[in-house]
Ligand binder design. Sequence first.
Ligand code: 5GP
Ligand code: MN
Length: 321
Amino acid sequence: MKSDLLKAMEGVKSVAIAGHTRPDGDCIGSVMGLYNYIKDNLKDVEADAYLEAVPGCFDFIPSISDVKHFLPHDKEYDLFVLMDTSDEKRTGVAGELIKTAKELFIVDHHISNSMDVNLGTIEPSSSSTCEVLFGLLPEEKISLNTAVCLFTGIVTDTGCFHHSNTGRETMEIAGKLLDKGVENDVIIDRVFYEMTFTQNKLLGECLKEAKLLDEGLYIYSVASKNLLLRYDAKASDLESVVNQLRVTKGAEVAVFFTEIGEETYKISLRSNGRIDVNAVASLYGGGGHILASGCTVKGIPEKIMEEMTVLFNKQLETCEK
Ligand code: 5GP
Ligand code: MN
């Protein structure tokens, strides 16, 4: 049986594929997974992939150099496939496509969404958008190039098969992708372990400045604009920090602030299981998943932490009752 995505692609001449702002491995993997699938199987369809700046660790993704960073003025696509978000605030450069494309199809796995979820396939129980996408494509038509993209997304969003979103299905799909010839060791090293010297130094700086609150239940750290300037680094160079904060013994939640504008912070939240950080991020206009979410907030980190810890404590009180 044809999936809804395959049906949506029937008869179309042009497809634009895009993901969310600050693209991560799942966003890039799903955008490029479908892009490669179309290139390999649907020769009559003209596909364009749009992404914001792609972090260097993803340079092994097949055809990544085809990615476009700006929308053309005069182009109207038959179909726009939006990957890894159904929140219109996060569509970034691709937002315009929602208005100009003739049809929209969303592939996503986030539980928080502001757009019409009937416009695609959104499976919050899936580990990743790449896992959802795998289910929408005929397995026998998935090439090694597409498999590399999908594996990258699954590895990214499961924290290398470690997060609780990793199910039997996730492992089985990963196995099928290995059968296609994916080199799991190479991808996992590139996506997870490899860090530039600068990224390692920044991690050290941020860990050195970390603070505990409420007797160690919460841990947070702040990266100022100055820090990034000093190292000539980008916010994406700090991605590993929140995960390292989270493994602090005793911590329920880790919060990491990156200053991206005048007193404006991109906040990453990670929970160790008892606290739903999506509920908290949502109150600040953000979202994500129960154990990993984010938001962008104007304010002072210490004050925001004061507010957030009240919200976290309320959740802990409720689950203790
Ligand atoms: P990160 O902290 O790694 O940026 O994001 C963690 C998770 O939360 C990811 O799944 C990401 O897509 C989601 N997320 C991060 N920031 C936002 C935001 O501002 N809004 C929403 N809806 N989701 C976010
Ligand atoms: Mn994702």
